[in-house]
Design a protein around this ligand. Sequence first.
Ligand code: ADP
Length: 193
Amino acid sequence: MGDAFRMQTDNGLIIECVSGDITAQPDMDAVVNAANAELRTGGGVAGAIHRAAGPELDAECRPLAPIRPGQAVITGAGRLPNKYVIHCLGPVYGVDSPSDQLLADCFRNALLRAEEVQARSVAFPAISTGAFGYPIQEAAEVSVATVAKELPSCTHLRRLRFVLFSSSDLQVYSQAFRAEFQSYVQQRKGRTP
Ligand code: ADP
């Protein structure tokens, strides 16, 4: 876990990257699903979430489907230890375009859904980097930049977590956060009279 990232912003928001399973984040109000358009079970994150949450989640999802790339919808969490699941359809890399804008839309819309229910903590997986083929480095840069841009509008959020499935993915996302927030700190220093 040496490469895990954790920081606290000036207004007390904790941002962290950990390795683990998105279905095993009991201290988070909401977890994000790397969903398919039909909001059904499948491989990867969607399969893990639906298996852990059970048929109640499937029933809640059906009337909300299909969703478009970049869209995010929110449901309860069935048997998961969370209050909400936020389902995002990431872009299929190189097919749904522009992929970077659609991936950014996922994060922006997921954070909007979280704000609407006043969630205090949200955990994200690395959306689009599995079956949808988004290169991990590029996905990390887009995801982290979007989150950094949107955080000032998140008035209820106290904790934001990225849950990465492998230690190499953890390294990439942690490094992207370090780079993003280093420049943020430097910019703020530069503005200080
Ligand atoms: P997508 O279809 O959006 O690419 P996937 O679910 O195939 O979504 O994969 C997204 C990322 O989530 C991949 O990096 C994959 O390794 C990772 N992943 C798969 N299962 C889990 C899990 N249970 N918890 C956290 N991350 C997971």
